[in-house]
Design a protein around this ligand. Structure first.
Ligand SMILES: [Zn+2]
Ligand SMILES: [Zn+2]
Length: 357
């Protein structure tokens, strides 16, 4: 069989892969770039017409942003995804197939079988093991083992001829010290009773960081969340399928719903605008020059967060809801993979466009 890399290797976002052979063809994710240019994957019309399935790992636009484009270019098959991913997508595919959480192993065709599991990156994000005839392909999606909030079904004892593995964070980075750095930075910014603003994305690290704060012994400062994030907290926090056991120790009313504007002293505020793309949120930052702001995710080409970080107005400490190259290599050793293709790392140069396996 062959893998065609349509984006996502040595690239900012644009995660998209085409796999063909043994009489079948399918697509793994179809994202756009996050460099502000919204570049689309390099699929050909012929590939898109031939593909029978599009497997979506999760809703983030670097994995899903080109769904409408691939439909326009001739893809007519089903787009497979979890229920949560479907709820989160702003563009709903014309032909959706929801994965049933009670049946994680299924036969799509007599010689095409899949198995999937939760990746711990955000609500509803999944990995896939796809068997076509005698060949097996593993795709990790965006992956985070051991997150504070999201449950993960770890990648273990899997045998595959090809594994496409997320390695967004650079070699040498590990989750535990990264989390500690975020918490240490946060605690030092709070000194003197200051309120701190944390711009986060709606589906991702916000609930993990808020939970880590709530689970810190003796930490009793009020924690506020934009209404949409607070709604996510309410809908996920008591569902064992999505969250770790210790989340049940956090009272549901530990987090308060926030209007996104009114600040009281002494609070921690989660704002769902990770790149400060909205003018009203930049005004909130500008009107409160003494309020520390902490960014915890990568800086993208869209929004204005980068300018604020470069000017020194806001602080940056990355919370790990991705895997590093070193962590990925450790995961690979716990499985039996033939070829391994790391993706999602712009610092890793990539030259091959086609891989035979
Ligand atoms: Zn993601
Ligand atoms: Zn991603």
């Amino acid at each position: 069989m062959k893998l065609v890399i349509a984006g996502g290797c040595g690239d900012c976002g644009r995660n998209a892969f085409y796999i063909a052979g043994n009489g079948h063809a399918f697509i793994l994710d179809c994202g756009v770039s996050t460099d502000g240019l919204n570049r689309i994957p390099d699929f050909t019309a012929e590939q898109l017409e031939k593909a029978e399935f599009l497997f979506l790992s999760h809703s983030h636009k670097d994995h899903s942003g080109a769904i409408e484009y691939v439909e326009d270019m001739g893809y007519t098959g089903p787009v497979l995804m979890s229920n949560r991913t479907y709820q989160q997508l702003s563009y709903k595919p014309k032909n959706t197939m929801i994965l049933d959480s009670t049946a994680p192993e299924l036969e799509l065709l007599p010689d095409v079988r899949i198995k999937w599991g939760l990746t711990g990156h955000c609500a509803g994000s999944v990995w896939y093991l796809i068997q076509v005839g005698s060949k097996r392909v593993f795709y990790s999606g965006d992956y985070r083992e051991g997150d504070v909030f999201y449950r993960c079904q770890p990648i273990r004892d899997i045998t595959a001829d090809l594994a496409i593995m997320e390695a967004h964070l650079d070699r040498g980075l590990y989750a535990q010290p990264m989390r500690r750095q975020v918490m240490d930075t946060l605690f030092s910014l709070m000194e003197g009773g200051k309120s701190v603003l944390l711009p986060v994305s709606l589906h991702g690290r916000g609930l993990s960081i808020a939970s880590a704060l709530a689970l810190t012994p003796g930490f009793d400062r009020p924690i506020f969340m934009s209404e949409n994030l607070w709604n996510q907290w309410q809908s996920l926090a008591r569902r064992h399928y999505f969250v770790n056991e210790e989340i049940f120790n956090i009272p549901l009313d530990r987090f308060r719903c926030w209007d996104g504007k009114t600040l009281e002293g002494n609070g921690i505020y989660f704002l769902t605008d990770s790149q400060l793309g909205k003018a009203e949120n930049r005004q909130l930052v500008d009107r409160n020059p003494d309020m520390p702001v902490l960014l915890t995710g990568p800086l993208h080409g869209y929004g204005q967060a980068r300018e604020y970080v470069e000017s020194g107005r806001i602080h940056l400490a990355v919370w790990p809801n991705h895997t590093s190259l070193s962590e990925m290599e450790e995961i690979v050793r716990k499985n039996t993979f033939g070829k391994v293709i790391p993706f999602h790392n712009e610092h890793m140069p990539w030259h091959e466009e086609m891989v035979e396996f």
